[in-house]
Design a binder for this molecule. Sequence first.
Ligand SMILES: *Cc1c(COP(=O)(O)O)cnc(C)c1O
Length: 362
Amino acid sequence: MAKVYNFSAGPAVLPHAVLAEAQSELLDWHGSGMSVMEMSHRGKEFMQIVHEAEQDLRSLLHIPNNYKVLFLQGGASLQFAMLPLNLLGDKKSVDIVDTGHWSKLAIKEARRYSAVNVVASSEDRHYLYVPAEDTWQRDPNAAYLHYTSNETIGGLQFPFTPSSLPGVPLVCDMSSDFLSREIDVTQFGLIYAGAQKNIGPSGLTVVIVREDLLGLAQPDTPTMLNYQVHADADSMYNTPGTYPIYIAGLVFKWLKEQGGVNAMAARNAEKAGLLYHAIDSSNGFYTCPVDPEFRSKMNIVFRLKDESLEETFLSEAKKNGLVQLKGHRALGGMRASIYNAMPIEGVKALVHFMQEFARQHS
Ligand SMILES: *Cc1c(COP(=O)(O)O)cnc(C)c1O
């Protein structure tokens, strides 16, 4: 088997141990004689799988009992519409922080259902920083405040959790840094994350929602887009993405074995530190445009001083087993996504390659 280190932004690398376990029980899950893919989602085997997945996630993030965990479909993108539909209630407007590609899409979609107050934007400097919280123009009557804790494409990450105003719950798109660092769930009204960055395969969206925010959906909200419907049915209103839930459950168990979210955070900081150091100490051969205090520990974007070397960089990297390093088509340049499942050896291999490449082409 070809061994590569996969730096894709998503769908992204999964822990090798998880894939090996899934392979070993692909045809026969725990003596049931069935693959998880073939099981009734209401049967006792799958009920056990989904129950354990939820309990493991609850213990990893210390999710209190007054929060529901929902396993939904439609990607994080569908949440951009579900949020205003479900949380606007009788309010007039929602607050959104604009820090890049994904917050822009959240704003665009929310505007179909609600007035949107963009409380702050870093577009003036190409989304290379997070606007200081004391400059935000917040609306004390907003239905909620939405932000994107990690901008996957721009490589920009919030180093802080915004403060919540009374009556204005905090809503966070954590798609690309969910479970990468400790969070205090009680600071949030709702957290959501598409699975394919840091949780599991695509086809699953995890939503953690405080119970008092259920039941506020607009009357014409489609049944399938109503959080309350999914909460009442324990995510089984219709057939959920059973296999992605199963794999996510294995990832949660793997995370617990690794020492939990705190241990991952320490490793993620170390991995990101190695890469940024390699970039910053390359005498300008590589540059990261993002302001240092807001650089993402998950998605490291960088450019080559000589852009004509990019294609060579990518093809040489591939020859060295380092794949999917091309930046998002909207930005160009390079991007190394180093989620929880990327081992430090992969980052070291990339750093070594970058140093060699710079030496040969300087
Ligand atoms: C990938 C991503 C999305 C979109 O996710 P889909 O599952 O493709 O809809 C939204 N927000 C962030 C921060 C992302 O990284």
